[in-house]
Write a protein that binds this ligand. Structure first.
Ligand SMILES: Cc1cc2nc3c(=O)[nH]c(=O)nc-3n(C[C@H](O)[C@H](O)[C@H](O)COP(=O)(O)OP(=O)(O)OC[C@H]3O[C@@H](n4cnc5c(N)ncnc54)[C@H](O)[C@@H]3O)c2cc1C
Length: 327
């Protein structure tokens, strides 16, 4: 019987990075609380054959594999059914799930079905006095709540990119194949089409992210940022106003209610630096801000600041990068 169940997903046959991040969370609490760690690996396709190796490599010995054709990208109802069935058999004390797009949909529903306690969007897990101690942002990112959860079972959803993938610590392990009962007709919703908005580099995995804010003035400004991002092999993100205004897809939003990113370089263009935005980018190794207001709060978190209208900076920057890269 597992004590901590890590929900690892591989919708296209490749283990997601956020699944490996969950192992770091499991390791943080398993020793002090005397709990074992098991991963349930869900997905479909030939890639699932190798995915358990990555879990073993990062110290998880026992892997339960559920390979089902309905476990594809976005099919959260299918994932919910599968995880619930596994949890009812395994009866974990703690379930860790990524607060990615699908996990945000799943965590609360799973907790309700299991009669479990729930803390969502955590960025840190620890232990204390027999409790799982989870930290998450509250009040729009202005404060951090520390919650000691004594009730079991408990479900914790972890914000992607808030934990590092643990260093490899290989163990020899087992893989158990589990069958789940699921009929397409039973599912209340089905995904008919998955559209990729940024084809080349995903926002959360990009090493360079160019973020645009309200100061871009409209979708045209984002076309320039797209050009800058592709010259640097990166992706474009946004603050909330451009996403709310429909200048960019909602999935580009970075921050407290958007994605958390930790690129090597984050360039904030026309972004004031509200706490809710900074909450999603503060883990970036280098932050460069371009803003025409010298008093903009973004300059207090930026490593390098350029006080200027972006229209004067971005085009020559693109030209220079292309020249240097011979593009
Ligand atoms: C509960 C809650 C959750 C939230 N979650 C998020 C979140 O996840 N992500 C997020 O981003 N926000 C979030 N917000 C909103 C947040 O509070 C701010 O309103 C938002 O981040 C501001 O976006 P901005 O910096 O693009 O716009 P503004 O604050 O309007 O700043 C625009 C900046 O552009 C500069 N500028 C204007 N024109 C130019 C130009 N031509 N060249 C250069 N600079 C220029 C201006 O000087 C200004 O600093 C949330 C708010 C709440 C209450």
């Amino acid at each position: 019987m597992p004590d901590i169940l890590v929900v690892a997903t591989a919708p296209d046959g490749t283990l997601s990075r956020s699944s490996l991040e969950l192992i770091a969370g499991a390791h943080a609490i398993s020793g002090p609380l005397g709990l074992g760690v098991t991963a349930v690996l869900l997905g479909t396709g030939p890639g699932l054959a190798d995915a358990p190796q990555a879990l073993h490599q990062h110290g998880v010995a026992r892997v339960l594999r559920v390979d089902h054709p309905l476990l594809t990208a976005g099919e959260s109802d299918a994932y919910l059914r599968a995880i619930e069935q596994v949890a009812r058999i395994e009866r974990p004390e703690v379930v860790l799930i990524s607060a990615d797009t699908m996990g945000r949909d799943l965590a609360a529903r799973l907790a309700w079905r299991l009669g479990a306690a729930l803390v969502t969007e955590c960025f840190e897990l620890a232990s204390g006095d027999g409790a799982v101690v989870a930290r998450r942002q509250v009040y729009g990112g202005r404060a951090v709540a520390t919650m000691a959860v004594t009730r079991r079972p408990a479900v914790f959803s972890m914000k992607p990119r808030s934990l590092d993938v643990p260093a490899p610590s290989p163990v020899s392990g087992t893989v158990e194949d589990l069958a789940v009962e699921m009929d397409p007709g039973d599912l209340p919703t089905r995904v008919r089409q998955v559209l990729r908005e940024q084809s080349d580099v995903g926002l959360e995995d990009a090493q360079v992210v160019i973020g645009g804010g309200r100061g871009m003035g409209g979708p045209e400004g984002f076309a320039q940022l797209g050009e800058l991002a592709s010259a640097l092999g990166g992706a474009v993100g946004a603050s909330r106003p451009p996403a709310d205004s429909g200048w960019v897809p909602l999935s580009w939003q970075v921050g407290q209610t958007g994605k958390t990113i930790r690129p090597a370089l984050y360039v904030a263009v026309g972004i004031s630096g509200a706490t809710q935005h900074v909450a999603g980018v503060s883990g970036s190794r280098m932050i460069v801000a371009i803003n025409r207001d010298p008093e903009a709060p973004i300059f207090s978190v930026a490593h390098l600041g350029i006080v200027a209208d972006f229209r004067e900076i971005v085009p020559p920057l693109i030209a220079k990068i292309k020249e240097l890269k011979g593009l």
